[in-house]
Design a protein around this ligand. Structure first.
Ligand code: WQD
Length: 334
């Protein structure tokens, strides 16, 4: 019998791709998602790729009783907890919503994990916990700065809270700090489909192309080679596969805990991403330079050595491939 893994937020961007990777490695994902920032059509996309049905419950992780019923129905070998709000801008406008949702859902997951003795947890965190690093690349020991947004604060608080509960009840957990996830499964059947206006560079760029409007580049006066911000863009399927590796590590290291940065280990500027998108897709991207966006940091990219050494994981796909796959997915939507 294949091991059942609860994937909260499994209809979302990273969650859906992780469900595909779990199936490829012989696990059975069980999806919980309240569809607040995802579409049920993503479940159908996952099922088309893996060739079988996936159990899906339209439940909000902040509601303990319905969530408890799911834990009574299944015996989970692990949990991958994605379910959280993730818009930096929205979190600034509505911090309470972010604290309530992101911490409330985590608290319920940890409570039920302890109640039903689920042995392994993989927690979705973010490079945003570092703030503006003094030095790049960033390792897991790079000291945190104060969070640049309530979204980032909920990731810092989430990591600390998991650590505290681990001291009381040492079930295994791995914290994964994502850098900038982009791209889509090469089939074009699943990808990034934010509800409403996206915030992140690649979905905004794609939306602007379809609207025949120029992309706003938020500042070209940063202290970087071309003046635009630098980030570590990681293909979402590389990120998905890292979650499977984290589960495998937990299975081999029961009741242990670790933290990993997940990135390519190199940075690309906004203008470089635009240039790569144009050349890999044969499309011109109209853009104009706008004022800096509040809260943006100049540059951050990962030192992924620890994940390579302990998880046996490293990225295998390039930024250009991710931009090609993102555009291919978009073309399947129209
Ligand atoms: C990247 C660069 C913008 C839009 C955040 C979170 C991180 C993760 C990803 C969830 C920046 C520039 C963007 C646009 C632009 N969150 N940009 N024009 O802010 O690095 O990271 O999202 O998984 O935790 O912190 O990502 O894609 O918003 O911005 O010029 O229309 O693109 O200024 O330099 P960010 P982003």
């Amino acid at each position: 019998m294949s091991k059942e893994i609860l994937v909260t937020g499994g209809a979302g961007f990273i969650g859906s791709h992780t469900c595909v990777a779990l199936c490829e490695f012989g696990y059975t994902p069980v999806i919980i998602d309240n569809l607040s920032n995802s579409r049920e059509s993503m479940i159908a996309g996952i099922e088309k790729i893996i060739g079988r049905e996936v159990k899906f419950y339209p439940i909000d992780c902040c509601h303990l009783d319905p969530l408890d019923l799911i834990f009574q129905k299944h015996r989970f070998d692990g949990i991958i907890h994605f379910a959280a709000f993730k818009s930096v801008a929205e979190s600034v406008a509505n911090p309470e919503k972010y604290i309530d949702n992101n911490m409330g859902s985590l608290q319920n997951i940890l409570t039920l994990m302890e109640k039903y003795r689920v042995p392994n947890l993989v927690f979705s965190s973010s490079c945003t916990v570092y703030g503006e690093p003094e030095v790049n690349p960033v390792s897991e020991n790079t000291p945190w700065k104060s969070a640049a947004s309530p979204y980032g604060y909920t990731k810092q608080l989430g990591e600390k809270y998991i650590g505290e509960r681990h001291i009381q009840d040492p079930l295994g957990h791995v914290i994964l700090r994502y850098f900038n996830p982009i791209g889509a499964h090469h089939s074009g059947l699943i990808g990034e489909l934010p509800l409403g206006m996206p915030n992140n560079l690649v979905p905004v760029m794609i939306k602007k192309i379809s609207q025949q409007q120029p992309l706003q580049v938020f500042g070209n006066d940063y202290p970087t080679p071309d003046g635009s911000c630098i980030r570590d863009y990681i293909h979402v399927m590389d990120l998905a596969e890292a979650h499977v590796k984290a589960l495998q590590w937990l299975e081999k290291n029961p009741n242990q805990s670790e933290i990993f940065n997940l990135g390519q280990g190199k940075g690309n500027s906004v203008l470089e991403v635009i240039q790569q998108f144009e050349s890999i897709n044969g499309i011109r991207v109209a853009f104009e330079i706008s004022p800096r966006r509040e809260g943006d940091i100049t540059q951050i990219f990962a030192d992924p050595t620890k994940a390579k050494e302990l998880l046996g994981w490293q990225t295998t796909r390039t930024t250009a491939e991710a931009l090609k796959d993102a555009w291919h997915f978009n073309l399947q939507q129209s």
